[in-house]
Design a protein around this ligand. Structure first.
Ligand SMILES: Nc1ncnc2c1ncn2[C@@H]1O[C@H](COP(=O)(O)OP(=O)(O)OP(=O)(O)O)[C@@H](O)[C@H]1O
Length: 327
């Protein structure tokens, strides 16, 4: 199956600065509803990449393709297959939602009557049915986000790019937005690119992630596969002579790093249960003072990729970072 997005040594220059510095990756699978998280610290080049996919920037070299179509040379083919929800508002404020959506549908190639029908249908779908005849300028922030989502999907594109879709939403509205995104991929087979600073959102809906930093891809991860693998990270504190602990761990297929003073960081591979840690420590005659375990989170994957966390468990982190679920 061909990828939905295919980047081949993509370089993009804005003004005199090279922003994307040779990006190559294959994301999504045509015909399968998958969500791709696009992550990166501020200034990494995410918006530039999105704008290049939408055909606004001519690559300095290399190519960007969507479903096999070149984003620069075949803009019309590409745009008819993409729905785009921008981060900033892009409404005509004294226009009703239904009229706005009909126009966006028409601009995306739908015939007039079909565009009107789809406008009504989509506004009901995102929960704005009752407010569809109101001017967009009177909408609350949450309603505006939903209207932006609606205009991105009104023409039923196979690929939807969402830039910070949960920005400014309260918890209930955020859940509704994420549920709609999941439905888009699971029930309608759409591919979704989700660009967000909220790793929790990406973790909740995405199947794969690509992390950019300074215009290059620093990490790609298949979250689906990571979720299936049962890798556990264990933080252990023991008292007693722990000089034989590492060997004991290796014997059961686990690995660990001593942080000194009885503190250990241990990685358990798939299929190895936490109980083995108790067994090994008992075998070594050690007293367990503390044992906590958790899975590798997307936050850790992200921080490692952008260089804020040590690459191996137990090694000192080069920089302190706030671990609050956002970037
Ligand atoms: N028109 C432009 N001319 C020159 N440099 C630009 C232009 N637009 C953006 N840049 C620079 O390109 C770099 C990448 O910007 P971009 O907006 O793509 O990053 P981003 O990952 O989307 O960041 P953020 O998360 O803050 O939105 C930044 O350093 C920015 O200052």
């Amino acid at each position: 199956m061909p990828p939905v997005i295919e980047l081949e040594n993509l370089r993009v220059k804005l003004g005199r600065r090279e922003i994307l510095k040779g990006i190559s990756c294959r994301l999504g699978v045509a015909g399968q509803g998958r969500a791709i998280g696009l992550l990166g610290p501020n200034g990494a080049g995410k918006s530039t990449l999105i704008q290049t996919l939408l055909g606004f920037h001519q690559p300095l070299s290399g190519t960007a393709k969507i479903m096999g179509f070149d984003c620069h040379k075949q803009v019309r083919e590409v745009r008819s297959r993409i729905g785009y929800m921008p981060e900033s508002d892009s409404f005509i404020s004294n226009m009703t939602a239904v009229r706005f959506l009909r126009q966006m549908g028409e601009l995306s190639g739908l015939p007039k009557e079909i565009a009107l029908e789809k406008a009504h249908e989509t506004l009901f779908h995102v929960g704005l049915g009752e407010a569809r005849y109101r001017d967009l300028g009177t909408y609350s922030l949450g309603m505006k986000q939903m209207a932006k989502l609606a205009q991105a999907i009104v023409h039923g594109p196979p690929l939807v790019i969402l830039d910070e879709p949960t920005n400014g939403l309260d918890p209930a509205a955020r859940q509704r937005m994420l549920r709609l995104v999941k439905e888009m991929k699971e029930d309608h087979g759409m591919n979704v690119v989700l660009c967000s600073h909220l790793l929790r959102d990406v973790e909740e809906v995405c199947d794969e992630v690509v992390i950019l930093k300074d215009g290059v891809v620093v990490h790609e991860a298949d979250l689906e596969a990571e979720r299936k693998s049962n890798r556990f990270f264990v933080e252990l504190e023991v008292s007693g002579d722990d000089s034989g602990l590492l060997e004991g761990l290796h014997k059961v297929g686990a690995d660990g790093v001593s942080e000194g003073q009885g503190r250990w960081r241990i990685v358990l591979p798939p299929g190895v249960e936490i109980a083995v840690v108790w067994k090994v420590t008992a075998g070594e005659g050690l007293r367990v003072r503390k044992l906590t375990h958790r899975r590798d989170t997307l936050e850790e994957i992200f921080l490692r990729a952008v260089g804020h966390l040590a690459k191996t468990p137990g090694a000192a982190a080069p920089q302190e970072v706030a671990a609050n679920g956002g970037l």
